[in-house]
Structures are given as C-alpha cells and as structure tokens.
Design a protein around this ligand. Structure first.
Ligand SMILES: Nc1ncnc2c1ncn2[C@@H]1O[C@H](COP(=O)(O)OP(=O)(O)OP(=O)(O)O)[C@@H](O)[C@H]1O
Ligand SMILES: [Mg+2]
Length: 287
C-alpha cells in the first residue's frame, strides 16, 4: 500500500542465507522528508533489510521500488547512483586519514586537467568545514586523523558526506549505539536536519529513547518478520518499547530481577535450584 509521497518501497522481502531465513516477507516504505525508525532485537533482520536496500545483498524474493520504479541492485554502487547513501553499522572509515580525505574518499575535487590535475585541498577543506559547521561541529583542523575524532563526530562526517553528495535516501544503521547522551543528541539533530532537507531517512536503533524524538513512524522487526509500521501520532514511547521487547518478556525480566535483588526473596531448597536455572537460561538467550 503506497502513498503519493512514498519514495522507497520494500515489498515482501525474503532473504535467506543457506538455511537461515533472515527476512521472511518484510515490507516497509519511506517518503521524502520522513524519518522511519527500524527497531528490533539483535538478529531481528534490521541490517539485512537495509543491506538489501543498499545493494549489498540481493533479495531472495520480493521487490524494491525507488521513485515508483522497480529496481534491481547488483552492487552497492547501483544503489548509490540512485541517491541511496548508507552509513553501515560498522563504519567504513579510514582512521588514519584526515577528516577531509575521508569526506571525499573517491570523489576528490580536482584542479587542472588530465595528468596535471591534483586534489584541490584548499576547497576540500573549506567544504568540509562548511558542511560540518552546518551540523554544529566546529572542525578545528581538517587534517586531523578521523580516528582521533569522537564517535559522534565520526558519524557526523559519514552523514554529512552522504548529504553533501546529493543523497535522496539516508540509511543509518545504529549510528548512536556507542554514543553518550550529548553525542547521540548531535547525531539525532542531524537526522532531523536531513529530514528538513527532504531526504527519506531510515534510522536503525535499539534505543527507543533515541528513536522516539526524531521518528515520524516506526517499523518493528521480530525474528525476520515485520510486527507492523506505526505512525508516531498513534503510539506512545511506552507502547513502542512494549512492542519491541514483547511486554510479557519485559514483565518476566522485571520480576526476575526484583527477586535476584533481594537475597531474602530467594525461595529455599529444590525450587530455588529450578528457578535459578530458568533465570540463567533466560539470561543466556538474551546475550
Ligand atoms: N551473511 C550472512 N550469512 C548468514 N547469516 C546471516 C548473514 N547476515 C545475517 N545473517 C543472519 O540473519 C539474521 C539477521 O541478522 P541481522 O544482522 O540483519 O540482524 P540485526 O537486526 O541487524 O541485529 P543487530 O541488532 O544485532 O545488529 C541473524 O540470525 C544473522 O545471523
Ligand atoms: Mg544490525
């Protein structure tokens, strides 16, 4: 079911790796100027879904539509050509290279022609400074190796690079996972800016508190299936959290933790043995 503004559409995507069914008929759509948060537990299929949309994986079944046309991406480059920019979970960044070199990697502005052309470092530096300052980051030295930047700043280099090179769709796989509150805030602000600039944004996270302030809608994945897409106006933060974790699982965990908190609450004898084994198994399956 696509609306007039839908820009990217995944229809009934199935992806198997040998006998592993990573995605089992997942549909999702994103409009320009919309932030779609893709939520779900570890192994739910979030990265696999966006890798399918980025041309890293080819779907086993299903259809991808961009701007109304059905597309087949043989490589990530095919997706990039259509303006789909992806910042993957494990950032492809060269830690020893300067901020500017990282920003332009493979797309350097040059001066002169043919054999006399060379990297135009001066204009490259000023583009990087401008783009980063739009995100509220003051790059003191564009020659600084990117590996010495903070996690949040690195994410911002990757995001601003995508926007600068004309992305229409921005996909971010867990950009805030390793960040503190303040740095996550910087990245979240930039996601909101990308939306204002008219990009269609897919934002993957585990963290409902990061998702909720910037999301327009949520798609929740569970074990390779979609649990549904919900407009932000229809659901509270608590409801999203409950759907993500499964309310019963959270309630069970809460009472389990309450019990293990107070030694006095531990039941004696065999019953104790059985319940602590169950608790341990439960914990292991969470890892
Ligand atoms: N290349 C692959 N080969 C085999 N199995 C894979 C491959 N990629 C993913 N999977 C499996 O598909 C399932 C979904 O993995 P995926 O990485 O998409 O999960 P995720 O939702 O991104 O999890 P996380 O939150 O931990 O990043 C997992 O069971 C994973 O082991
Ligand atoms: Mg992942």
């Amino acid at each position: 079911m696509s609306t007039a503004q839908t820009y990217v559409e995944l229809r009934d995507i199935v992806k198997t790796f040998g006998t592993v069914i990573a995605l089992n008929g997942v549909s999702m759509e994103v409009a320009r100027g919309q932030v779609m948060c893709l939520l779900g537990d570890n192994g739910a299929g979030k990265s696999t879904l966006i890798k399918t949309l980025s041309g890293v994986h080819q779907p086993t079944r299903g259809e991808i539509r961009v701007g109304g046309d059905s597309v087949n991406f043989a490589t990530p480059r095919d997706a990039q050509r259509l303006g789909i920019a992806t910042v993957h979970q494990h950032l492809a960044i060269q830690p020893l290279m300067s901020v500017t070199r990282n920003f332009f990697l493979g797309r350097e502005p040059v001066r002169g022609w043919g054999p006399f052309s060379r990297f135009d470092m001066k204009s490259a530096h000023s583009i990087v400074r401008d783009e980063m300052s739009r995100m509220g980051i003051d790059v003191r030295d564009p020659n600084q190796p990117v590996g010495t930047m903070s996690g949040g700043e690195r994410q911002c280099v990757a995001i601003s690079r995508a926007v600068h090179f004309g992305a229409k769709v921005l996909i971010l796989d867990e950009p805030t996972a390793a960040l503190g509150v303040k740095q996550a805030g910087v990245v979240l602000r930039y996601i909101a800016q990308a939306r204002t600039r008219g990009l269609a944004v897919v934002f993957i996270t585990h963290n409902v508190h990061h998702a909720y302030p910037v999301a327009d809608a949520f798609t929740i994945l569970k074990r390779g299936r979609s649990y549904g897409t919900f407009d932000k106006r229809e659901v509270t933060r608590e409801e999203v959290l409950q759907m993500m974790a499964g309310g019963e699982e959270l309630d069970a965990l809460e009472s389990e933790l309450e019990q293990s908190d107070s030694p006095a609450a531990a039941p004696p004898g065999d019953a104790n043995e059985a319940s602590s084994t169950a608790a341990r198994d439960g914990q292991e399956s969470q890892m």
